[in-house]
Design a protein around this ligand. Structure first.
Ligand code: NAP
Length: 334
């Protein structure tokens, strides 16, 4: 089968489309004929070797973390899926492989595709929408009427985050450039700050929850606009000890390392009276099924910026790496 394979860590030339043997499903796996795969910043970050401190799989490996397709075989312990079903998934945490004509997914990480979606649109959902759901509902516990601040509303995660925060009943303020403003407003953002000209700290009032997709100075400014005792969840800044304990299997060594590297950002948060948490999202077929139900009810949609044929996956990844995607980028297999 054709697959986009990482040969060694590095720039765009370190990955290549090539023929490799098809994967064999384990007892709990479904084998999926991939029809479309979503791209995410984690794909180029992993390719660059930026995640080597926490993930060191053996190379070469097939890249790609989310897909939509048709089940073509099931392992002997699989109970939830049958051959011929349309599924979508964020592949396992330590298991990429979505940028290929066939991929294996643990049945616990997959869900039936929403009936009202095609493969291309469905492939855009799993990683970004799960991240937004896990941050806003599971970590921040957003409640109706609360004021939520989301930095970076126009990208892959942000476009889902705005919709999910609105579904949870929140009042949403987000940041976007002029290029993204109409989009974030169309998704329900109540207030938009142009991050290229405006200053977050000039925003009126204080917030009950913060979801940071940008990191750096943006995150620091977010601490200052939160009500004391509230929480900011970032997915783009520095991991902290809870990240190791809750998201990465509880390694003491990682906990200590994250405690050290996040000392400065945690101190800033503490001075502002805010609780800082860095989240690594996790695959979940159960939560993905909840998202599928929201999509079927018309409460959630995926925003596609561009789609590319699989043969042009290097260009697709370069576009994601440019950092200007509005919504999601997807490659289609046929
Ligand atoms: N920890 C996790 O589990 C996890 C999960 C998913 C994603 N992430 C991370 O979260 C971040 C966001 O992911 P994504 O998929 O949403 O990225 P993305 O789709 O590449 O985001 C691109 C968007 O961000 C906007 N943007 C760029 N700089 C901005 C700024 N300073 N303020 C506001 N908006 C800005 C761009 O708007 P303009 O082009 O208009 O400037 C563009 O529309 C990435 O760093 C990603 O690696 C982490």
């Amino acid at each position: 089968m054709r697959a986009y394979v990482l040969k060694h860590y590095g720039g765009p030339d370190s990955a290549e489309l090539m023929d490799v043997p098809a994967p064999q499903p384990g007892p709990r796996d479904v084998l999926v004929a991939v029809r479309a795969a979503g791209l995410n910043p984690v794909d180029f970050k992993f390719r660059n070797g930026m995640l080597r401190a926490i993930k060191r799989p053996k190379l070469p490996l097939v890249l790609g973390n989310e897909l939509a397709g048709e089940v073509t075989a099931v392992g002997r312990e699989v109970t939830r899926f049958r051959v011929g079903e349309r599924v979508f998934a964020r592949t396992g945490k330590d298991r990429s492989g979505a940028f290929a004509e066939q991929a294996c997914v643990d049945e616990d990480d997959a869900a039936a595709m929403p009936g009202n979606m095609d493969f291309t649109t469905a492939a855009a959902v799993p990683l970004a929408a799960l991240t937004a759901l896990q941050a806003l509902r599971d970590e921040l516990d957003v409640k109706p009427g609360q004021r939520v601040f989301i930095s970076g509303g126009a990208g892959g995660v942000g476009t889902f985050a705005i919709q999910i925060a609105k579904w949870l009943g929140a009042h949403v303020t987000t940041t976007a450039s002029k290029r993204g403003e109409a989009l974030v407003r169309s998704l329900g953002a109540d207030e938009v700050i142009d991050y290229t000209t405006g200053d977050i700290s000039s925003v009126d009032g204080k917030f009950d929850a913060g979801f940071d997709l940008i990191g750096g100075r943006t995150l620091e400014q977010m601490f200052e606009i939160m009500r004391p005792g509230t929480k900011v969840v970032s997915i783009a800044a520095l991991p902290e000890p809870q990240t190791a304990a809750k998201d990465l299997g509880g390694s003491l060594m990682l906990s200590v390392a994250f405690w050290i590297i996040s000392y400065g950002i945690r101190s800033r948060a503490r001075r502002a009276g805010v609780n800082y948490r860095f989240l690594f999202m996790h695959p979940s077929g159960r939560e993905l099924a909840e998202l599928a139900a929201l999509i079927e009810q018309g409460k959630l949609k995926a925003i596609l910026d561009k789609t590319f044929p699989f043969a042009n996956i290097a260009q697709a990844l370069a576009y994601v790496e440019s950092g200007h995607a509005k919504g999601k980028i997807v490659v289609t297999m046929r």
